[in-house]
Write a protein of this length. Structure first.
Lengths: 825, 73
């Protein structure tokens, strides 16, 4: 049978580094059943039959935080063969507090004192031998970072496991000892002798979770009360005090500190970084750098490269030739606009058809002949009006070209042979995956071609396209966490965020979320408190991300005549949604059960190693691909199928892109459009566009573009006509910005929540919230502007009243952990 | 009654008693703030809350609302 060794220690004591050093790449990462606490185990290097279980970093075995309950249930329930207790030598006193509890469990303990190199550098001394003698367990000194002594520590733990030697238990104050031995005597034979001390102490502390581990719980209340009266304190405090007293009594003889008043380098850094005046500017600069690099520049370029290059047409190797190709493309399309202005104004159908370069019969030579003939008839002082359409937002702009512009244009387009310049002709061009596959899929049937290109490749692209950006962000996060600044962010921002039930660390997910929600959600990983993390995941995507901007611009342009206030208002709406959701949700049953005391250690600053930063980056990036990939890929394929298949004249066929009204999706849109009548946009086009927005939010623009490009009017005019009022338009905007994000972001939510129940809770909350907000906007907005009053107006008023109640109702922070943690046997 | 919340930045105080109950109280004690412990108040966060203290040789931050539970002298 394999030997199980549990690795236990405080947060920030180098436990992860030690675990990696002991197991190498031989790790399995999962979750503790039913909770979002990460569970890591691995095989000890060179020992196939030794499993190392990495417990969550904890300060105590109290019953109040999820991590602590998970760790103690594992230790009591699964009983590992030995505990390897890693202790931070630079912070010995507090670290030994957990050790005193581990030593009582009746499991052999080996203690590894870490960061001995720093202790020595500070001029302090720890007498390892005396410490071991006093504690009654094997103590070794290690440096997890440098890898010295780690294998020795592990091998000692293996030996201890085989020897089954338990530490003699330290004794507390005489009154406490009397009470504990009385309780021990009352424990039945179901509890093994070596564990009796642990159970007795927990019972003495009135621990509310220990009862569930025992068959019969003896009534010890009178013993506790007696001890409490004689010591004038509650039993939990008595034990804690006794532990620290015990530590103080042993530490004096084995720990000597060199200089008491001196400032370490870490102190000096901290004096500047969290200085009352400088802290906020420094924070702003660091956040700006993180955002600028991971979203705007490097990360943005990497994502564009992955999405438009690898999973698009292709890219220029190292950017060689891309500037030239862009210039050529710009020059050609400008010239073509001037030419087409006159061509379309001519009213000559044959000419217009010949010049249509999107037609399948387009022949550049015939076009040139037709254009030459036409050019001769255009005089220099003639003018023609033309409407330009922006590719991203479909916004239109009216331009007037002169005959001279036309002549110049003809010269340019003929220079290019009347064909748009191919980027492959410039620099070093590497075709994208779709372009490569296109060659292979030459003769395949349309449906297979579509499935592969628009379903699978697009889906895989949606998963992998975000990976470069996520990896870059994770380098920053790993560095900020590793060097100790992340804890200071919580310290600096706590005052603002805790009012909404969030952590100071929620700032980073929200900031990154304004660029892209996926890395934003993934960034919530740095928040320790389970409640704060879940709330952050649920609310981060309310902030408009980059992909929502074209959609916002389209609504602003089409329905609000390009009003400048629309875009900023969506950010305020997003922030308001986060604040209100935070306050409302933290008071609901979902969250009220979890106490979140903010008593946080501020670890000393130190430079993390390159290896640990890269390792953390890779683990998180990989888990996104693995855990989020499936849902993104599947949903992209489903939406592709629904968009491209449908019924035409009674038969089920594959459709072209512009036949979306016949598709399954179109039918479905028709079926559910009544749902959005209270929102003021109960038409199937809007419903369908909202669904395609789930693939990627910018798709809403494209879908509306296809659905509304009918008749002579522009897309914008048609959209404007389809929405009864500006209020309905804003309601549509609000719904799509607040409802469930794109599939890729939903995949990230699923990964971070790591529970189907919480995933659906998050997505359901977002959709429900969006539905009610957009309804209230339309109904109340319409009523206020005198547009009528109906049943939904009354419902909306009730919703607003309920909302205000939820926002201001009194609430009390819980003092016990309600969550139930099970340990699989 | 003087609490840790009112203690001046730069001063060193000793813990007399802990008030409150449950998770917050236990957490404060677990982190080493027990009876008789010396606490040095290092600084207050830029926005006025939380505070940073040195206890048992390391830095700890806690909110003023929680610091109010700690009676000191």
């Amino acid at each position: 049978m394999a030997i199980k060794i549990a690795l236990a220690g405080n947060p920030n004591c180098g436990k992860t580094t030690l675990f990696n050093a002991l197991t190498g790449s031989n790790q399995f990462v999962g979750n503790w059943p039913g909770v979002t606490v990460e569970k890591k185990e691995g095989k000890l290097k060179g020992h196939k039959d030794v499993v190392i279980m990495d417990l969550p970093g904890i300060y105590s075995l109290s019953p109040y935080t999820l991590e602590e309950v998970v760790a103690r249930n594992y230790l009591i329930g699964e009983r590992p063969d030995a505990i390897l207790n890693i202790v931070d030598g630079t912070n010995l006193e507090r670290n030994l507090y957990l050790s005193t509890q581990l030593l009582e469990l009746g499991i052999p303990v080996v203690m590894a004192v870490n960061m001995m190199d720093i202790v020595e550098k500070n001029g302090d001394k720890i007498d390892i031998k005396t410490l071991g003698k006093k504690l009654g367990c094997e103590v070794v000194q290690i440096s997890a970072l440098k890898g010295t002594g780690v294998m020795d520590a592990a091998e000692k733990a293996v030996k201890a496991a085989a020897a089954k030697k338990f530490a003699p238990v330290h004794s507390f104050h005489a009154d406490v000892e009397t009470a504990l031995s009385q309780i021990e005597a009352m424990l039945g034979s179901e509890i093994p002798e070596e564990q009796k001390r642990f159970y007795a102490i927990k019972l003495f502390e009135r621990d509310d979770k220990i009862g569930s581990q025992m068959k019969t719980v003896p009534n010890v209340e009178s013993i506790i009360t007696e001890a409490e009266t004689s010591m004038d304190d509650d039993s939990e405090s008595i034990i804690t005090n006794e532990r620290y007293n015990y530590i103080s009594s042993i530490i004096g003889s084995c720990y000597t500190k060199k200089n008491k008043g001196g400032m370490t380098i870490s102190d000096k850094i901290d004096r500047i970084v969290t200085n009352r005046i400088l802290a906020l500017p420094i924070f702003a600069v660091i956040m700006f750098i993180v955002y600028y690099v991971s979203v705007t520049t490097v990360g943005g370029i990497a994502t564009d490269w992955a999405n438009d290059g690898v999973f698009g047409d292709g890219w220029h190797l190292f950017g060689i030739g891309s500037a030239a190709a862009e210039d050529a493309d710009g020059e050609y399309s400008d010239a073509m606009n001037a030419v087409m202005a006159f061509v379309e104004a001519s009213g000559d159908d044959a000419l217009i058809e010949a010049m249509d370069d999107e037609s399948e019969e387009y022949d550049p030579e015939a076009a040139q002949a037709a254009l030459d003939a036409f050019a001769a008839t255009v005089s220099e002082d003639a003018t023609a009006d033309y409407t330009l359409e922006d590719e991203e937002t479909l916004a239109t702009e009216d331009v007037t070209y002169t005959g001279a512009d036309f002549a110049d244009g003809v010269a340019v387009v003929e220079e290019y042979g009347l064909e748009a310049p191919d980027p492959a002709d410039y620099g070093v061009w590497i075709p994208g995956i779709p372009a490569l596959l296109e060659n292979v899929l030459g003769g395949t049937p349309d449906w297979l071609h579509g499935l592969i290109m628009d379903g699978i490749v697009a889906g895989v692209g949606a998963v992998l396209g975000f990976v470069p950006q996520i990896l870059i962000l994770f380098i920053f996060l790993a560095f900020l966490e590793g060097c100790g600044y992340m804890a200071r962010i919580a310290f600096i921002m706590d005052r603002i965020f805790r009012k909404f039930g969030l952590s100071g660390k929620s700032f980073i997910p929200m900031l990154i979320g304004s660029g892209c929600g996926i890395p934003g959600i993934m960034a919530s990983r740095t928040i320790e408190s389970d409640r704060d993390r879940k709330l952050t995941i649920m609310t981060t995507t309310f902030i408009p991300c980059g992909a929502k901007l074209p959609f916002i611009a389209m609504v602003a342009g089409a329905i609000f005549n390009g009003a400048a206030w629309v875009a900023p208002s969506t950010y305020f709406m997003g922030i308001a949604a986060i604040i209100c959701s935070g306050i409302i949700l933290k008071k609901t049953k979902l969250f009220v059960g979890d106490p979140a005391p903010f008593v946080m250690e501020l670890p000393a600053y130190h430079l993390p190693t390159v290896g640990s930063v890269l390792r953390s980056m890779w683990e998180r990036g990989w888990s996104f691909i693995k855990k989020a990939g499936t849902i993104i890929l599947l949903s992209t394929i489903v939406i592709w199928f629904m968009t491209y298949f449908g019924w035409v004249d009674g038969s089920f066929v594959m459709l072209a892109e512009d036949q979306i009204e016949y598709s399954i999706l179109g039918r479905f849109g028709n079926l559910i459009s009544w749902l959005f009548a209270p929102q003021g946009w109960g038409n199937w086009q809007a419903a369908v566009a909202s669904i395609t927005g789930l693939v990627a939010k910018e798709n809403i623009v494209g879908t509306l573009g296809i659905l509304y490009s009918t008749g002579d009017a522009s897309v914008y005019q048609n959209i404007s006509a389809a929405f009864p009022s500006m209020i309905a338009g804003y309601s549509f905007l609000a719904f799509n910005l607040l409802c469930a994000p794109c599939f890729a972001a939903m995949g990230a939510i699923k990964r971070e929540m790591n529970s189907a129940k919480w995933f659906w809770t998050a997505v359901g909350y977002q959709c429900g919230f969006a539905y009610l907000v957009s309804m209230c906007i339309y109904q109340l907005g319409t009523a206020i502007t005198g547009g009528g009053f109906g049943i939904f107006t009354i419902i909306s008023v009730l919703v607003v009243i309920g909302f205000i109640y939820l926002l201001f109702r009194p609430y009390k922070e819980s003092t016990t952990l309600k969550a139930n943690v099970k340990v699989a046997k | 009654m003087q609490t840790l919340k009112d203690a001046k930045v730069g001063s060193t105080v000793a813990v007399v008693k802990l008030h409150g109950e449950g998770a917050v109280k236990r957490r404060i004690m677990d982190m080493g703030l027990t009876k008789g412990t010396q606490v040095y108040i290092r600084k207050v966060a830029p926005l006025g809350d939380p505070v940073e203290v040195t206890v048992r040789g390391y830095e700890l931050s806690l909110r003023k609302a929680d610091a109010e539970l700690i009676e000191v002298q």
